[in-house]
Design a protein around this ligand. Structure first.
Ligand SMILES: CC(C)(COP(=O)(O)OP(=O)(O)OC[C@H]1O[C@@H](n2cnc3c(N)ncnc32)[C@H](O)[C@@H]1OP(=O)(O)O)[C@@H](O)C(=O)NCCC(=O)NCCS
Length: 220
């Protein structure tokens, strides 16, 4: 499957390419499900599907968030990608505008696994650790997540989602897209390198080695 540079295209019946459409509230629960499938054992996954659904309900309606969903023939979500120009503002919005939805599942998780409270505090330090703290200019964005349904991987869906995200970033004047990936996730690291991301550095978060990559957008 060839990656498309047109962000909004419908399902193509002849080539069977999925539709790449802007991420909306309707995709939130599927995005959370794919996030859990794609990132087992990570901090956000440990927060659970309900908390992740709140994140993916916040992102598409936030001024600092956007993304794309890949939809199959029957409208099923085969993958998604989510971007933010300010991770800090996104988390603050989630905690303020959606507090009622966030608090009950979050408190339930914290009660079951108190160690998650410390990890949540570390999340606040994340922009400093990664060194990609928000400058407020909107010229730099972070790829928060990109996930494809396990059975649909290696068919170009991830590449098509990334192309849509990059096109949207460019149209918003974003010059640089960064991504943090678990250093042990060799498959994802290959994927990013193949798509023009350059390795910057490694740092530790939640006791795990993380690799930071960046891709110039406006010069390409
Ligand atoms: C990384 C990911 C989004 C790529 O999506 P995709 O639809 O398979 O992407 P494409 O088909 O365009 O590209 C496939 C390439 O991705 C890489 N890849 C990374 N993890 C992979 C996996 N688990 N299965 C297959 N390919 C994977 C490979 O380089 C692969 O190339 P290859 O088929 O020649 O080996 C997808 O594999 C995924 O959801 N992985 C789990 C979640 C994850 O790690 N996300 C990135 C961190 S946020």
């Amino acid at each position: 499957m060839n990656a498309t540079h047109s962000p909004d295209h419908p399902f193509n019946r002849s080539t069977r390419q999925p539709a790449i459409l802007p991420l909306t509230l309707a995709h939130a629960a599927d995005a959370a499900r794919l996030h859990i499938l794609g990132q087992p054992g990570t901090f956000l996954t440990a927060l659970g599907g309900d908390v992740l659904t709140v994140l993916y309900r916040t992102l598409p309606v936030s001024p600092v968030g956007y993304g794309y969903a890949a939809l199959g023939e029957n409208g099923q979500v085969l993958g998604f990608a989510a971007v933010t120009t300010s991770t800090g503002r996104l988390f603050v919005e989630m905690a303020t505008r959606r507090l009622g939805q966030l608090l009950p599942p979050l408190l339930a998780r914290f009660t079951r696994r108190p160690s998650l409270i410390l990890r949540s505090a570390q999340t606040l330090l994340y922009p400093l650790l990664a060194g990609n703290a928000d400058t407020g200019s909107g010229s730099c964005a972070e790829l928060l997540a990109i996930m494809t349904e396990p059975a649909a991987r290696s068919q170009g869906i991830g590449g098509a989602l990334l192309a849509a995200v990059c096109a949207e970033c460019r149209s918003r004047g974003v010059a640089e897209l960064t991504v943090t990936v678990d250093a042990a996730n060799q498959g994802a690291r290959r994927f990013y390198q193949r798509h023009g991301f350059v390795y910057c550095k490694e740092f530790f978060l939640y006791g795990r080695a993380m690799a930071l990559y960046t891709r110039e957008l406006l010069s390409l």
